[in-house]
Design a protein around this ligand. Structure first.
Ligand code: ADE
Length: 247
């Protein structure tokens, strides 16, 4: 997968050299480039913002540098490697909620282009114009407001990269984690069997795989009902067996 990120703070993305994302980059599974939006300014102050039309607090990102950045990173002409246009992802508290389902959707793309807004946001015409040429998705991490899109891109990229084939050592873990089946994951334990007087549940040490699976399912349902009743309500009825309904 190819990923381009445009931001006025490229330094925010230093962590993308670390850990499994760094490894995915090193072994070519992820081709990632970070670009400074100010590259596409032409005045001495390298201006990227201005006051909002209609009044109001704060500043809005001007369209011209963004327009040039998107033209450069998503040219209409096919590149020599037959490259097509990317999907533009714009983090914004006004976007659609980011979910594991969306992470899978983004992981299936060959090229993602992230535009990190700062201040109050980006002039709407940038997104409207881009949408005439490529798919554009505004994505919100949750119902709160960050200073800008940079941290949101780090989160989205981490969720997406771990879904790319070959990135996770044990892809089986994707099937058992929280949100894999619309439920939260059951509690986890490792050695020692007793710690500060607290025991690992007996069933997990029993070696009885059917009982363990049932216990995990019950715990998963219990935890989801407690922390995220909205997720339980959204489960398709046919995904619950008689025992689930009793739990
Ligand atoms: N930028 C500012 N707040 C945000 C949020 N909640 N999600 C995504 N991007 C943002």
């Amino acid at each position: 997968m190819r990923v381009d990120i445009v931001s006025i703070f490229p330094e925010y993305f230093a962590p993308l050299d670390l850990s499994l994302i760094g490894k995915a980059r090193a072994n070519g599974l992820l081709r990632l480039a970070v670009h400074d939006l100010r590259t596409w300014t032409h005045d001495v102050h390298r201006t990227v913002d201005d006051t909002p039309y209609g009044g109001g607090p704060g500043m809005v990102m001007r369209p011209e540098p963004w327009g040039e950045a998107l033209d450069a990173l998503a040219p209409d002409e096919l590149s020599p490697d037959g490259h097509t246009l990317p999907r533009l992802v714009v983090p914004s508290p006004a976007g659609v909620p980011f979910t594991q389902a969306m992470a899978y959707e983004l992981a299936a793309e060959s090229h993602l282009l992230f535009a990190c807004g700062r201040y109050e946001g980006i002039d709407q015409r940038v997104l409207d114009h881009a949408a005439t040429r490529m798919p554009v998705t505004e994505v919100s991490l949750g119902d709160y407001v960050l200073f800008g899109g940079e941290v949101a891109v780090l989160v989205i990229l981490e969720a997406v990269t771990r879904l790319l084939p070959g990135v996770l050592g044990n892809a089986g873990s994707l099937d058992e984690e929280s949100h894999a089946h619309g439920l939260l994951e059951a509690p986890l334990y490792t050695k020692p069997a007793t710690w500060r007087g607290l025991e690992v549940p007996e069933v997990l040490r029993s070696g009885d795989h059917a009982r363990i699976a049932r216990w995990r399912r019950d715990e998963s349902l219990r935890r989801t009902a407690s922390c995220r009743p909205d997720l339980v309500g959204a489960l398709p009825p046919e995904s619950l067996d008689a025992r689930d309904r009793a739990a």
